[in-house]
Design a protein around this ligand. Structure first.
Ligand SMILES: Nc1nc2c(ncn2[C@@H]2O[C@H](COP(=O)(O)OP(=O)(O)OP(=O)(O)O)[C@@H](O)[C@H]2O)c(=O)[nH]1
Ligand SMILES: [Mg+2]
Length: 237
């Protein structure tokens, strides 16, 4: 987290980490595709070859808090291919929260486990305490044969301390839900660490609302919490 009091700006960084081809870029693409036209920012894909991330992707979301702070949430993906380890470490620097995107097929367990281990090493190398920085796990690709079932995810969630969500990122399922839990955890951690509720007058509800009111949540588990604006509101009429 960066706070610039002079410019009244708060910047938060969340990072999508995980093994190669697990669907990190797909998550960001889906969030971008659901941005409402008035607030849509660019999805930056910095160096991509044959659809593989070579450096990082970045999707920023901005909003103004009632207390007059400009809040920026920057979502990054790391390159998952094993050879890009040094880049992953750089991208992970000063993350406020991490979404670990795993391929839920059983044959992918070895890659997922290796990536999970390397996440913890990369965090420590960046002086990020994995006990402190929130990590949310997404089991993606649940549409494919051999994927973990919802029951197996529930079992895994009981065993570990991190929140676990299932997803089919390719079809947008579970993507906004993962982001919601991720940002909720990020706010709670910043509240515990810096008291941003009192410091900046930014409650969890306002923080999440600031981001999710810019996204079309229809058809997701968040639709009731963040109903789609009426057409007249979108066009500003
Ligand atoms: N069937 C299926 N395919 C998916 C899903 N999510 C992503 N994919 C596909 O998996 C491939 C890899 O997705 P990416 O989002 O590029 O993966 P990545 O994690 O960014 O990969 P790297 O950049 O190499 O680390 C693409 O062909 C996606 O379309 C899903 O939920 N189901
Ligand atoms: Mg990628």
């Amino acid at each position: 987290m960066q706070i610039n009091h002079a410019r009244r700006e708060l910047t938060l960084k969340v990072v999508y980490y995980g093994p190669a081809l697990s669907g990190k870029t797909t998550n960001l693409r889906q969030i971008h595709a659901r941005s409402l036209p008035d607030s849509r920012t660019n999805l930056m894909q910095v160096e991509t070859k044959d659809d593989r991330t070579l450096f990082f992707d970045l999707l920023p979301v901005h909003f103004e808090s009632a207390s007059g702070f400009r809040v920026k949430v920057k979502m990054f993906t790391v390159p998952g291919q094993v050879i890009h380890r040094a880049t992953r470490r750089v991208v992970l620097q000063s993350a406020d929260a991490v979404a670990f995107i795993s391929d839920s097929r059983k044959e992918s367990i070895p890659e997922s486990n290796a990536s999970w281990k390397s996440l913890h090493e990369d965090m420590r190398a960046n002086r990020l305490d994995p006990e402190e920085i929130p990590i949310v796990i997404q089991f993606n690709k649940m549409d494919l044969p051999g994927a973990k079932t919802a029951e197996e995810l529930a079992e895994a969630a009981k065993r570990g301390q991190e929140p676990i969500l299932g997803a089919v990122a390719l079809h947008g399922q579970g993507v906004l839900e993962t982001l919601h839990v991720l940002l909720q955890q990020a706010h709670r951690q910043l509240e515990a660490r810096a008291g941003i509720n009192r410091l900046l007058g930014l409650s969890e509800e306002e923080f999440l609302g600031g981001v999710f009111k810019q996204l079309n949540c229809s058809g997701t588990g968040l639709a009731e919490l963040y109903p789609a604006p009426r057409a007249s509101e979108v066009s500003g009429a």
